[in-house]
Design a protein around this ligand. Structure first.
Ligand code: GDP
Ligand code: IMO
Ligand code: MG
Length: 443
């Protein structure tokens, strides 16, 4: 601390929302730095379930300043809906700050995302159809609209109208799709601008001031390493960088502002959408994980594909993110299996690969090499210390920690806040795991 990045180490949905909510008790600010409302982060508190797509997962704590950084793309309709839903739950969103430089998702981005997916037919990427790819593409094309265009709502109205008319030609001519009502979209965005204008801020400066004052700032990743635009399983990826390094560019801080990087790691692996997945269990085992783990997409409701834990991916995540520790989630879901398989390397033809292969053809053809560990039968969802876990569950954690070299700082055994085991470094053999909250810094 004080700068802590939390990222997913797999294909997303590792339980980042739960972990970030939990850590937020000790933070001053929580900053989203990439992605958009393709993300779905779940928090379970006091028996309530909250699903957040854009608003940072620290929002439930009144002392937290939630920040949407420049690297995020914002669908203002969804953001306002989310703010209203939170207000109905008596959660104050008045502290929310949004970067002037965050780009806007417009209805033509959503339309194009869907149309491009349909065009790909059976070869689709399985995107969330939230307009993520087209919006980041416009940003790179330098034709995007940004939050700062909302400073003058009437000017934004004109810009939106012009942009929609222009894109209508693309929708009509290339995709043979119905045009959008430019006037109606422009009017809606003028309304969004009036509502969101008070939230706009120089968020990079706000974050730096907090860090300078020695306050704890958490950078909230969305998606996970394997969905990273550069480092993931391209083209079956999202359109932003999901690695910890993206926190710097997407929040406007420097690398030396980051002290800790926590990788959220599910005790097995899931994936929503298309693309290769070596340890996938398209069988009874996967079905059990899916049912017990309630593996349905938070954003789209799609069934998540499930499979055994993959150490090749975790080691890749450790390398690309400089993980200082990991939070292992959903260990409770593995209760009941006689034995548990863990992929320790890949076989490609005659070759054994310890490292994630960059050639997509190679990765798609890899066979996992497994080691088998004994399972446990008892319910562990009430465990609050490592001593409460059966020896086999401790052995499983030790195996993935020692074989990846990543210490464990937290183990989650259920969706609720209290279903968590915090490690303080005393529990050999996970000895390097540090207690996260030892610095008693001001909030
Ligand atoms: P995120 O996108 O990484 O924030 O993860 P999601 O919220 O999309 O998906 C994780 C799901 O698992 C949510 O429904 C959580 O409530 C749930 N969850 C988180 N941690 C645990 C855990 O330790 N055990 C169980 N059974 N569920 C968990
Ligand atoms: P969180 O933050 C899991 C996946 C989609 C698709 C691919 C590209 O909740 O972990 P996109 O709409 O981004 O262009 O889709 O990425 N995907 C996610 N999968 N969790 C997410 O977010 C995801 N966000 C995008 O399913 O395969
Ligand atoms: Mg999710």
């Amino acid at each position: 601390m004080p700068g802590t990045v939390v990222v997913g180490t797999q294909w997303g949905d590792e339980g980042k929302g739960k972990v970030i909510d939990l850590l937020s008790d000790h933070m001053h600010m929580v900053v989203r730095f990439q992605g958009g409302n393709n993300a779905g982060h779940t928090i379970v508190y006091d028996g309530e379930t909250l699903k957040l797509h854009l608003i940072p997962s620290g929002i439930l704590y009144p002392h937290i300043v939630p920040v949407i950084g420049n690297g995020v793309i914002v669908n203002p309709r969804i953001l306002i809906e989310e703010m209203d839903n939170l207000a109905a739950l008596d959660v104050d969103t008045g502290r929310l700050r949004i970067s002037h430089n965050a780009h806007l998702i417009l209805p033509y981005h959503e339309a194009l995302d869907g149309l491009m997916e349909e065009r790909r037919g059976g070869e689709g990427l399985g995107t969330t159809r939230r307009g993520i790819g087209p919006t980041y593409a416009d940003k790179a094309y330098r034709v995007g609209l940004r939050m700062q265009d909302m400073l003058d709502p009437a000017v934004l109205r004109e810009k939106v109208r012009t942009a929609v008319e222009e894109r209508n030609r693309l929708l009509r001519c290339v995709y043979d799709a119905p045009p959008l009502d430019a006037e109606a979209v422009a009017e809606a965005y003028e309304g969004y601008a009036r509502r969101l204008k008070p939230c706009l801020a120089d968020t990079s400066l706000l974050i730096k001031e907090a860090l300078r004052a020695g306050r704890n700032v958490l950078f909230e990743g969305a998606q996970g390493l394997m969905l990273d635009l550069d480092h993931g399983t391209y083209p079956f990826v999202t359109s932003s960088n999901t690695v910890a390094g993206a926190a710097c560019a997407g929040a406007g801080v420097g690398p030396r502002d980051i002290d800790e990087v926590i990788g959220v790691t599910k005790a097995y692996v899931t994936r929503v959408g298309a693309g290769p997945f070596p340890t996938e269990q398209d069988n009874e085992i996967g079905n059990t994980m899916q049912e017990v783990g309630r593996e349905f997409g938070t954003t789209t409701g799609r069934r998540r594909r499930c499979g055994w834990f993959d150490l090749v991916i975790l080691r890749y995540a450790a390398r690309l993110n400089s993980l200082t520790s990991m939070a292992v989630t959903k260990l409770d879901v593995l209760s009941g299996f006689d034995t548990l398989k863990v992929c320790v390397a890949y076989r490609h033809g005659e070759e054994v690969l310890d490292d994630f292969p960059l050639l997509s053809g190679v990765f798609a053809a890899c066979e996992p090499i497994y080691e088998e560990l004994p399972g446990w039968k008892s319910d562990i969802s009430q465990a609050r210390g490592l001593d409460d876990l059966p020896a086999e569950a401790r052995g499983y954690l030790d195996f993935i920690s020692s074989r990846s070299g990543v210490p464990i700082s937290l183990v989650s055994v259920g969706p609720a806040r209290q279903q968590t085991i915090l490690l303080d470094g005393g529990e050999a053999p996970l000895a390097q795991g540090r207690f996260l909250f030892q610095d008693d810094l001001p909030l």
